[in-house]
Design a binder for this molecule. Structure first.
Ligand SMILES: *Cc1c(COP(=O)(O)O)cnc(C)c1O
Length: 332
């Protein structure tokens, strides 16, 4: 792949116009305590306040907006029970497009209800993600369009709109810190920021338990890693062995990546709550965690993306209360 195959500024700017009426432009807050720790201004991009509770709505909304008339009338399908599923359901409903989310019977009822409440049809099939995928393949064969969570040009361009907002809201930003899993978010944000100012430093943060992108970067190609229970559950899952875009974009556009552990994620969630008064899920708090753990050397004004807020409130309550929550010990 060459640089020219990447998602460019034009596509991201077009995505911003397309999704403007579906998303909210989320606010940015300057954090006094994190600025003191870092020695530079630290701005929090409060994307956990996005509709549906995460940035995934941006990519989903752009993908839905780009459907042809034939595709629109047949509808969209997805497999995610997490933030992508919520974003896709909301985006499809807003656009008046049918949306089916397939999930296995193991998915907890609250998640099923959450997706349904957003207006999607839920199809419960089999006992594994693979069986849910087989149902998706059938619906696609019947004409529906599958919208994946990260490795898709329209999804990456949609996530990139966050980068445009950050540069508007923090014009002197020097470093952008981004939670990293499949790489759709960081690829879009890096493409947007670097197109505007090539010197903006992009840092990706993920958790030790199942860091598929970082393992893949080290291996020089997409690899699979073992998935383990983590407070940063939205960062779980592989990058796809046949990854088309996000692996190469992350490799070429991201300056540094760091891993953080469960205790550091919990510290990030606690800080978000007690100091910033924000309810942030573990995956959304990894940037805060990296600043507190002083994982990287601050050089200039930092923008941290708080990427999501969809946390189980009982789990959140335990974490902010100071309990040492280890989900590895809690799997049935
Ligand atoms: C999906 C997600 C991420 C990671 O995004 P990728 O595009 O997969 O790298 C980070 N935070 C939250 C809250 C998410 O839902």
């Amino acid at each position: 792949m060459t640089q020219s195959d990447f998602i460019g500024l034009e596509e991201i700017e077009a995505a911003r116009d397309r999704i403007a009426s579906t998303i909210r432009q989320t606010p940015v807050n300057l954090s006094d305590t994190l600025s003191r720790i870092a020695g530079v201004p630290v701005h929090l991009k409060l994307e956990h306040l996005q509709h549906t509770g995460s940035f995934k709505l941006r990519g989903a909304a752009n993908a839905v907006a780009r459907l042809s008339d034939t595709e629109r009338s047949a509808g969209v399908v997805g497999v995610s029970t997490g933030n992508h599923g919520r974003g896709l359901a909301h985006a499809a409903k807003a656009a008046g497009v049918r949306c089916v989310i397939c999930m296995s019977r193991l998915v907890p009822q609250v998640k099923v209800d959450g997706i349904r409440a957003l207006g999607a049809e839920v199809r419960i099939v089999g006992r594994s993600q693979d069986e849910a995928q087989a149902e998706v393949d059938k619906l696609v064969a019947d004409g529906m369009t599958m919208i994946p969570p990260f490795d898709h040009p329209s999804v990456i361009a949609g996530q990139g709109t966050l980068g445009l907002e950050i540069v508007d809201q923090v014009p002197d930003v020097e470093t952008v810190v981004v939670p990293l899993s499949g790489g759709g978010l960081i690829a879009g944000v890096a493409a947007a920021c670097k197109a505007i100012n090539k010197d903006i430093r992009i840092i990706g943060i993920t958790m030790e338990r199942g860091a598929a992108m970082i393992a893949s970067l080290e291996a020089g190609q997409p690899v699979e890693v073992e998935e383990l229970p983590t407070l940063a559950d939205s960062l779980g899952g592989g990058i796809g062995l046949f990854n088309r875009l996000t692996f190469a974009m992350t490799r070429d556009l991201v300056d540094e990546t760091y891993l953080i552990n469960e205790a550091q994620i919990a510290t990030g969630m606690r800080h978000a709550y007690w100091q910033e008064r924000q309810i942030v899920e573990g995956s959304g708090a990894v940037g805060i965690a990296a600043v507190i753990a002083q994982k990287f050397k601050p050089k200039g004004p930092i923008a941290l993306i708080l990427s999501g807020g969809n946390v189980d409130m009982e789990q959140h309550f335990r974490v902010i209360g100071g309990e040492d929550v280890d989900l590895m010990k809690e799997v049935a």
